[in-house]
Design a protein around this ligand. Structure first.
Ligand code: ADP
Ligand code: AMP
Length: 206
């Protein structure tokens, strides 16, 4: 099953992707995670990506498309994949169509007004990538899954978030129509608790 998770920053794509990847036994591929690991390793891609990510802008299409193309060629994608954070522009979607067949696009719909709080309160595990929110951590600073330390992403600050949300509206939201026209769009209400959203996605995916 070749699935895309679409949604604004903070909509809950990563949170759901971890659970869906486990249930459907397909790899969770997050372009944001790929960039962050390149930044950590100070690779040439990481150095380029950081200059855009720090400003809340998109990494150029040619860089991003190539990374995804190579990743989807790997053996573990032969029975499907779950893309989280890609595509983010119509050009990326068109490129993806040339090297893979997208079967379902899940649009996780959350009112814009709720996203800022979700993102600025996000804490992520530096090791396994699990996402948490300060409101539910009760002061805990380590990951419930693997015990590693939780961190706040450098781009999860109010200034960068404003720019990311603007970029989403202008460059990524048009993908909703793009995939609706292709007849593969499934929209779920992302404004419920994590379990409820997960169940709605599973129901739609069948
Ligand atoms: P995305 O990958 O779309 O940017 P995340 O999955 O990282 O978003 O979620 C953003 C923040 O919102 C995190 O702090 C996460 O714990 C929280 N979150 C995710 N899903 C829900 C939900 N259904 N209800 C409330 N908070 C959520
Ligand atoms: P995310 O982890 O999905 O929130 O992504 C973090 C940042 O990585 C984004 O704000 C972008 O700067 C960059 N990024 C992630 N995915 C893409 C993509 N498909 N195209 C361009 N930039 C991306």
């Amino acid at each position: 099953m070749n699935v895309i998770l679409l949604g604004a920053p903070g909509a809950g794509k990563g949170t759901q992707a971890v659970r869906l990847a486990e249930k459907y036994n397909i790899p969770h591929i997050s372009t944001g995670d790929i960039f962050r690991s390149n930044i950590k390793g100070q690779t040439p891609i990481g150095i380029v990506a950081k200059s855009y990510i720090d400003k809340g802008q998109l990494v150029p299409d040619e860089v991003t498309i190539q990374i995804v193309k190579e990743r989807l060629e790997k053996e573990d994608c032969k029975n499907g994949y779950l893309l989280d954070g890609f595509p983010r522009t119509v050009s990326q979607a068109e490129a993806l169509d040339t090297f893979s067949k997208v079967e379902a696009v899940v649009n996780v719909d959350v009112p814009l007004g709720k996203l800022l709080k979700r993102i600025t309160g996000r804490r992520v595990c530096g090791k396994c990538g699990e996402s948490y929110h300060v409101d539910y951590l009760n002061g805990k600073t380590d990951c419930a899954k693997c015990g590693a330390e939780l961190i706040q992403r450098a781009d999860d600050n109010e200034v960068t978030v404003a720019s990311r949300l603007e970029v989403y509206e202008k460059q990524t939201a048009p993908l909703i129509e793009y995939y609706a026209q292709k007849g593969v769009l499934l929209t779920v209400d992302g404004d419920g608790d994590i379990e409820k959203v997960f169940n709605s996605i599973c129901e739609k995916l069948g």
